[in-house]
Design a protein around this ligand. Structure first.
Ligand SMILES: O=C(O)C(=O)C[C@]1(C(=O)O)C=C[C@@H](O)C=C1
Length: 362
């Protein structure tokens, strides 16, 4: 029996030697790709979602087990993360501290080999990308139960030159909130969280802790950090933050709706090329004094058979009751049909800005 075990381990050692060699052969090719990208002037955006999707799809076809596809995909996530870091030092800015849903989403999509830099606000994530301090940023866009993350739209509206960035990818994260506290439930007087998380758990809070003071803070991980230091305080946050900030999980899954999901955007300084499966987000204003102005603008999409996937608005911050509209639709800004639609739309709008064209990251 023991001999059999040592023989099997020898085989594993042998296979590992070949795997390490192959990983390094692959890494050398990736360095070559990095040099080619430098020559072509496109090294500033080393992460190519479309190519990664092709790699993931191909390995799924090649994989006949016994490893499940999810396991092979996780290994490949890390291989490509290391591959990116060999081509260019790549940093990802996210709404911190570590442990936030933004962090979890960034880590899941970019892997462990890149550098993650926490930021104290969504605005600072935009600024880090726009200034070049970070290669990419991760910002929450909307939640399935509580709607749009207003701070993110307001960063687009503010359009400060130092905070301009383009959306290059979208990603979805299943969000399960926990009540974290080092006090027992009957002693909790104050609950910290991000306004989105407080909104996503509003019914649970009303039913279970109706007298607690609700305090909005910059992120769910910041909330966990603050609550960990105060007796009588709690945070709506997540299990990862319980470990990171040494705070107990009092209750799990306190979100009001099952399948609670948040959509994030990956922002960078340049658009990615069309993949055939993209969405585009535009921001525009229309002349409010003209009846049907918004309708005329949207009609452009209808005439060109472009399917809308989201519409939203925010105060422009310039004049009273003046709004900026956000329209998301299927297609890429470089697709002929979309290009023409944007040109047509321009004649119905006071101003128009492309916020990005992107595919869903696997
Ligand atoms: O194909 C590329 O452009 C690469 O940079 C290679 C590679 C890979 O390792 O497969 C690395 C990073 C990209 O996000 C996609 C693919």
């Amino acid at each position: 029996m023991a001999t059999n075990l040592s023989q099997l381990r020898e085989r594993i050692d042998d296979i590992d030697a070949r795997i390490v060699q192959l990983l390094n052969d692959r890494a050398s090719v990736s360095i070559g790709i990095g040099s080619a990208k430098k020559e072509m002037g496109i090294i500033s955006q080393p992460h190519i979602p479309k190519r990664e999707q092709e790699v993931f799809a191909r390995i799924e076809r090649l994989n006949h087990g016994p490893l499940p596809h999810e396991a092979v995909q996780a290994i490949y996530r890390e291989i490509m993360s290391a591959s990116i870091s060999l081509q260019k030092e790549t940093t990802i800015a996210y709404l911190g501290p570590r442990g936030s849903y933004s962090f979890q989403s960034a880590y899941e999509k970019f892997g462990d080999s890149l550098t993650f830099v926490e930021q104290p606000s969504i605005t600072k994530v935009f600024q880090a990308v726009a200034s070049g301090a970070a290669t990419y940023g991760l910002v929450p866009f909307e939640n399935s139960s509580y709607g749009t993350v207003q701070q993110t739209l307001d960063c687009f509206v503010a359009a400060l030159p130092e905070a301009q960035a383009l959306i290059r990818g979208e990603t979805y994260l299943a969000v399960h909130h926990c009540l974290l506290s080092n006090s027992s439930r009957d002693k909790i007087k104050r609950i910290y969280s991000h306004p989105q998380a407080l909104g996503q758990c509003a019914k649970w809070l009303e039913a279970n802790l109706p007298f607690a003071e609700l305090v909005s803070v910059a992120s769910t991980s910041r909330a966990a950090e603050m609550a960990s230091r105060e007796s009588g305080s709690a945070a709506i946050s997540n299990a990862m933050c319980a470990d990171l900030f040494d705070i107990n999980v009092v209750e799990r899954n306190i979100e009001d709706m099952q399948n609670n999901t948040t959509r994030f955007f990956i922002i960078g300084k340049a658009l990615d090329s069309p993949t055939g499966n993209d969405k585009t987000l535009l921001q525009f204003t229309v002349d409010h004094r003209k009846p049907g102005a918004l309708c005329d603008a949207l009609n452009v999409m209808k005439q060109r058979q472009i399917n809308l996937t989201k519409i939203d608005s925010r105060p422009s911050g310039q004049r009273l009751w003046h709004y900026v509209f956000f329209v998301e639709f299927e297609g890429h800004a470089e697709d002929a049909k979309v290009k023409e639609a944007i040109k047509d739309l321009d004649s119905f709008c006071l101003d128009i800005r492309l916020l990005g064209s992107y595919m869903s990251l696997q």
